[in-house]
Ligand binder design. Structure first.
Ligand code: PLP
Length: 456
């Protein structure tokens, strides 16, 4: 109806990453509130959100401690910047805390409002270093195909997805290596070890071709998220990290999704046992209760950036809301909730590890389906890849929009999950119970069966 919430939403707002209403036949959902891992629409319908919002609402939609931390800080000091040698006490405390919970011995933190801006900031820091250290040609950025690093002009250039060509991106000097997805990218009869070795050879050849002294940094998500939940092939980081070290190329771990517990470890780099030079954080940083991102620099980049800034007297970069005191107060509480535990409540990362066996079992069960080619994941992030023919991994024809159909059918059954390529992605909130994990897989199985029956 013309005055429905759905029609009003479609009429006056642009969605991100959505077919425009004119070409979309269904799917608008207007939400009013949430309870635990569930959200409710304007008609009172309840949906289990298998995506925790956009990976970020990991403490659920009604966490009293996080909301109270925000309220208390709004009452005390509702906003300030971090320019000109001023910052709030909350910002000071959060930086100390982030360095404490980082894998680094010392370091410094720079705040942004989002993950995209944090990646942009990191690239600008690397370019700033190149300029001030007398190597202005050291500007190229290496990432991987299928990587997702954000949507600003620079972070979209880092993102290894073809859709950015509609903007004429990537910018020059952003180079995308092969996605380390063995199941899809491995050659016939190539072992996983041989595939990983090939990823190393490609990196080394790329560095040789481009010139090591033209490369500013290598950015990687420990597990690719928006590329379709793609864990690296076995030994991937153990292969690429020594090559990057050999050529003096900084390694930046984009932990916007993995950071703070998603993989069952504090950081994705800890899950895969490598040491980056800097970490990009957002999303779980505030459990989604405040928009915030952070660049966490390890000690070596900190010293170099400090020296470079001292030489020109300032680092000319920052956002009005960098280090916002309410965001910092919420982040301090989020670290407590996720990693340390609050009075009477163990840290949520423990629940991630407690739920992981049931989550993995659910994925493995659906992987038996004749049209699921691969089930993959790490901790509480997972994906099921639909295939037309399991024996040779042939995908469905793209015009069938198989994963969108599955996700739409899930919505009809009260489950929100995300189509990515031909995969359906699950990244439940850390507060879920085993019963809610079971509900998620039951609803997904019903939807899978219905859609595959229709298509085959
Ligand atoms: N990096 C990664 C790994 C992400 O998953 C995302 C968002 O999903 C971003 C960066 C961009 O963050 P934002 O959407 O806050 O700009």
């Amino acid at each position: 109806t013309p005055n429905s919430w759905e029609a009003r939403a479609d009429a006056a707002s642009f969605y991100g990453f959505t077919d425009l209403p004119s070409v979309r036949d269904r799917g608008t959902v207007v939400l009013t509130h949430g309870e635990g891992p569930y959200v409710f629409d304007v008609h009172g319908r309840r949906y289990l959100d298998a995506n925790s919002g956009l990976w970020n609402m990991v403490a659920g939609f009604d966490h009293p401690g996080l909301a109270a931390a925000a309220k208390a800080q709004y009452d005390r000091f509702p906003g300030y910047h971090a320019f000109f040698g001023r910052m709030s006490d909350q910002t000071v405390m959060l930086s100390e805390k982030l360095i404490e919970v980082s894998p680094f011995e010392g370091g410094k933190v720079f705040y942004t409002n989002s993950g995209s801006e944090a990646n942009d900031t990191m690239v600008k820091m690397l370019w700033f270093l190149a300029q001030s250290e007398g190597q202005p040609e050291r500007r190229k950025i290496l990432t991987r195909k299928n990587a997702y690093h954000g949507v600003t002009a620079v972070s979209a250039s880092m993102t290894g997805k073809p859709y950015n060509s509609v903007f004429g991106l990537p910018l020059d000097g952003f180079i995308h290596l092969t996605c380390p997805h063995y199941w899809r990218e491995g050659r016939p009869s190539e072992s996983e070890a041989a595939f990983t070795a090939r990823m190393g050879i490609e990196l080394e050849e790329t560095i040789a071709r481009e010139g090591a002294d033209t490369i500013a940094g290598f950015f990687a998500e420990p597990v690719m998220g928006a590329g379709g939940v793609i864990p690296p092939s076995a030994g991937y980081f153990q292969t690429v990290v020594p090559i990057l070290k050999k050529y003096g190329i900084p390694l930046i771990s984009d932990e916007v999704i993995c950071g703070f517990g998603r993989t069952g470890h504090r950081w994705g780099c800890e899950a895969y046992e490598f040491m980056p030079d800097a970490i990009i954080s957002s999303k779980n940083l505030t459990c989604g209760y405040f928009p915030m991102g952070a660049v966490i620099l390890g000690p070596e980049l900190t010293d170099r950036l400090q020296a470079a800034s001292d030489a020109i007297e300032e680092f000319p970069h920052g956002f009005t809301a960098s280090g916002h005191p309410v965001g910092c107060a919420v982040a301090l509480k989020a670290i407590e909730v996720l990693l340390e535990g609050t009075t009477g409540a163990p840290p949520l990362i423990e629940n991630v590890n407690a739920l992981t066996p049931a989550f993995e079992a659910g994925l493995a069960r659906l992987a038996n389906h004749p049209h699921i080619g691969e089930a993959r994941g790490k901790g509480l992030m997972g994906a099921l890849e639909a295939v037309k023919d399991k024996s040779n991994k042939t995908p469905f024809d793209s015009h069938l929009s198989v994963s969108e159909r599955i996700a739409n059918t899930c919505t009809d059954h009260g489950l929100i999950c995300r189509p990515l390529g031909q995969a359906v992605v699950l990244c439940p909130a850390f507060i879920m119970t085993e019963a809610e994990i079971a509900e998620m897989f039951e609803k997904l199985e019903t939807a899978l069966n219905a859609v595959f029956d229709e298509l085959t």
